[in-house]
Design a protein around this ligand. Structure first.
Ligand SMILES: Cc1cc2ncn([C@H]3O[C@H](COP(=O)(O)O)[C@@H](O)[C@H]3O)c2cc1C
Ligand SMILES: O=C(O)c1cccnc1
Length: 342
């Protein structure tokens, strides 16, 4: 990327890209060699084997481990909610944070089931971002500061990071990001989110179209997309993905909203999300199209459209099982099973 440093906050983000650690091919080779020895037909664990290779590559460990998985949920409010784009009122964002704290949400139960840590971050809920149909969501300084907050938030605490979000109207924000990055028609990118009716869906498409038209002159730069038609949780999620890369923590993406933060980084540098896996395919319509643009094949497809990190956290069950098979299965020799087919 040709870029002259100017000392602006976004330059601090761009400066991270050339410093990203790369996958460890050596660790992958060691994992593959052990896979050959394990007491099963070659390749019989299919994608479970690929999951272990991915963990090894990005943890930089020849024997990968998932001992401290964490879900980080970033919560924010959005000025665009005033356009009538959600089936629920903005107050639900804070009410759900109280529900997370009380242990009553879906994500609490999934984390308890798979022994996953849960951290929830309130990103200035009382101050919704600017309505993207009227103005930029955030100025550059605030966007960069929130990205930095997301980087800090995940520091030091996990060997696998699942990302989640809570923010009424944020499926509209995600759709605006995809429309800005990938073009097409606004309608192609909007879905029913929390369950808007046909009139609500029309208002969503109109809001996305208006926002992208308003900011059009500035949307060639993915970081401008992030601050103008995005929101605080999108900035923090992008920061968390970047920090995880720097710390060699593999990342499990959630659904339509979390993937929008990954799409921003991918647009800056496609290799910047190589340490990320897609936990699931959201039933928010365009998620499949987005994942194929990002080159990600989702692990689960359960017809879910919740957010909160729920699809990512469910995938941890599979990931833990994949690691257990790899690390703890017997070899043909140990099990005294004939290793060569007739
Ligand atoms: C009770 C409740 C719990 C949720 N948990 C996640 N979301 C999800 O729905 C919101 C996005 O949908 P939209 O763009 O239509 O507002 C986000 O907050 C997301 O995390 C929820 C939504 C509700 C109502
Ligand atoms: O897939 C998602 O992230 C999603 C879908 C609907 C509502 N909230 C989030």
């Amino acid at each position: 990327m040709s870029h002259t440093p100017t000392g602006l906050p976004f330059d601090d983000i761009r400066a991270l890209l050339p410093q990203m650690p790369q996958a460890s091919d050596t660790c992958v080779d060691i994992v593959r060699a052990r896979d050959q020895e394990l007491v099963k037909p070659a390749g019989a664990l299919g994608r479970m084997e690929e999951i272990v290779e991915w963990l090894a590559a990005w943890q930089g460990r020849s024997q990968p481990a998932v001992l401290r998985p964490m879900v980080a949920v970033f919560a924010a409010n959005h000025g665009v909610a005033a356009q009538g784009v959600s089936a629920y009122p903005q107050a639900v964002t804070r009410q759900m944070l109280e529900t997370f704290a009380a242990g009553g949400a879906a994500i609490n139960q999934i984390c308890a089931t798979y022994d996953i840590g849960l951290k929830v971050f309130d990103l200035a809920l009382d101050i919704p971002t600017g309505d993207i149909t009227q103005e930029a969501a955030l100025d550059e300084k605030a966007a960069a500061a929130t990205f930095a907050f997301g980087m800090e938030a995940i520091a030091g605490g996990a060997d696998l990071l699942c990302l989640g979000e809570m923010g009424i109207a944020n499926t509209t924000i995600a759709a605006a990001i995809y429309h800005a990055l990938y073009g097409g028609e606004a309608r192609d990118w909007v879905g029913r989110g929390t369950g808007v009716d046909d009139a609500g869906l029309n208002r969503k498409a109109a809001a996305v179209e208006k926002a992208v038209a308003l900011h059009k002159a500035h949307l060639r730069d993915p970081l401008e997309v992030m601050r103008r038609v995005g929101g605080r949780e999108i900035c923090a999620l992008a920061g968390a993905i970047m920090a995880a890369r720097m710390e060699r923590i593999p990342v499990v993406l959630d659904g339509y909203v979390v993937t929008a933060a990954a799409a921003i980084l991918h647009a800056l540098d496609p290799s910047s999300i190589d340490h990320c896996i897609a936990g699931h395919l959201s039933s928010e319509g365009a998620h499949g199209e987005v994942l194929s643009r990002l080159g990600k094949k989702p692990l689960l497809d359960l017809g879910m459209r919740l957010g909160e990190g729920s699809g990512a956290a469910l995938a941890v069950g599979l990931i833990k099982a994949a690691v257990a098979c790899h690390n703890d299965m017997a070899t043909f020799e140990q099990a005294k099973v004939a290793s060569k087919p007739n």
